[in-house]
Design a protein around this ligand. Structure first.
Ligand SMILES: *Cc1c(COP(=O)(O)O)cnc(C)c1O
Length: 379
């Protein structure tokens, strides 16, 4: 197998799906795949067996769900739609979530007349994450979601007293890799601000960022949150996780091209045939250091700084320690590489895109292979 390549573990995804389906069964909630995180549509039939459908960030992802998850729910949210987007979406989606009163004014009636359900994304103005400001839609100045005061002035200006005369549900998305205690905090803010409206509607979408399939996730508290909303307001509840579906279900295999002599800091630079900038941009964007599964890391030994073969000095994956020396030709395997990886690759520097393999029931098959033509068609 030519490196670099992604290897998706379909059995692990099915384990995750069983956990999510358990939440659906016990609470009567509906869970959607957030496709922007993981769009490997070869697994959409498997995902369709366990989840209610998918959510999209725009026309392309909505089309992918329409084509590859036939008969399942197809939701879409974008900070702003164009007329031509709405024309397509109203033929393939069942739920459209709008971001602002202006978008509501422009599209809500048309979408409802076409038989779709319309939602409004709200901003509960309740930040629960410190680490990653770029992932906090409640940060000051956020363009994502409608605040209570903006919603109120719109409704007043239009003389609307019953929200159900314009929309069917509310949506919030404020979490990122968080546990259910932060969901609880956020829900309290949503209820405090938007509680009176919830009584008028059909559903509430809790967005994504719920790390439900992580070992330390408090599932009972999530289920209490869902049940509380369902019982208090008689609403359907949607969750739309991305990461939780494909958490720990992928590897990125790469090969050591060169081991440089140890520097003054005692660390050797290693050039791999994979690039953080091209193949795992979240490593730089978020930033985070991905786990290395093989070789096995050690507390003491040889220290290596892994970098990619691009022009970017900051194309560094991380620093790792191994008991044994690394050599040219060795394989390095990164873990948790199914999420926000394949959907974000690019060909900067003319880097080849990693092939994609799927492992299922002990068998591994090549799903996608990329060539020079993929680079040439995009530049
Ligand atoms: C990113 C996003 C999701 C999925 O988030 P995860 O962190 O992958 O669970 C769901 N809904 C919206 C609106 C998003 O922007």
């Amino acid at each position: 197998m030519r490196t670099p390549y992604f290897l998706i573990d379909a059995d692990r995804i099915e384990q995750n799906l069983k956990v999510l389906n358990g939440v659906m069964q016990r609470t009567g909630s509906k869970i959607l795949l957030a496709q922007k995180c993981f769009s490997c549509y070869a697994l959409y039939p498997l995902i369709s067996k366990y989840l209610s459908g998918a959510t999209a960030s725009g026309v392309y992802e909505a089309r992918l769900c329409h084509e590859e998850m036939p008969g399942k729910e197809n939701h879409v949210f974008s900070p702003a739609f164009r007329d031509e987007d709405i024309a397509v979406l109203q033929t393939i989606c069942d739920h459209v979530v709008l971001n602002s009163p202006q978008q509501l004014h422009r599209y809500a009636r048309r979408l409802r007349e076409a038989g779709l359900q319309v939602g409004l994304r709200v901003n509960p103005e309740c930040s629960t994450q410190e680490g990653h400001a770029i992932y906090d839609p409640c940060a000051p100045g956020s363009r994502l979601g409608t605040t209570l005061s903006a919603l109120r002035s719109y409704l007043e200006s239009q003389g609307i007293t019953d929200l159900s005369s314009v929309i069917d549900g509310l949506h919030f998305h404020t979490l990122c890799e968080q546990n259910s205690d932060d969901l609880k905090t956020t829900l309290d803010a949503v209820e405090e601000k938007f509680g009176t409206y919830l009584h008028q509607l059909r559903w509430l979408n809790f967005g994504g960022g719920h790390h439900i399939t992580r070992a330390d996730y408090d599932i009972p508290l999530l289920e209490q949150c869902v049940s509380h909303i369902r019982q208090t307001y008689h609403l359907d509840v949607y969750l739309e996780p991305g990461e939780a579906v494909a958490l720990n279900a992928g590897e990125l295999h790469s090969t050591v091209l060169e081991v440089q002599p140890r520097g003054a800091d005692g660390v050797s630079n290693v050039i791999l045939d994979m690039s953080a900038a091209c193949h795992t941009p979240d490593v730089i964007e978020m930033p985070y250091t991905p786990p290395v599964l093989s070789p096995v890391q050690s507390d003491a030994g040889h220290i290596y700084r892994f970098g990619g073969p691009t022009c970017l000095s900051g194309d560094v994956i991380g620093t790792y320690t191994f008991a044994d020396e690394l050599h040219e030709g060795d394989t390095v395997v990164f873990g948790d590489m199914a999420i926000y990886s394949m959907v974000k690759t690019n060909t900067f520097n003319g880097m080849p895109l990693p092939d994609i393999y799927i492992r299922q029931g002990g068998e591994t098959r090549l799903w996608k292979t990329f060539t020079y033509d993929d680079f040439k068609s995009r530049v």
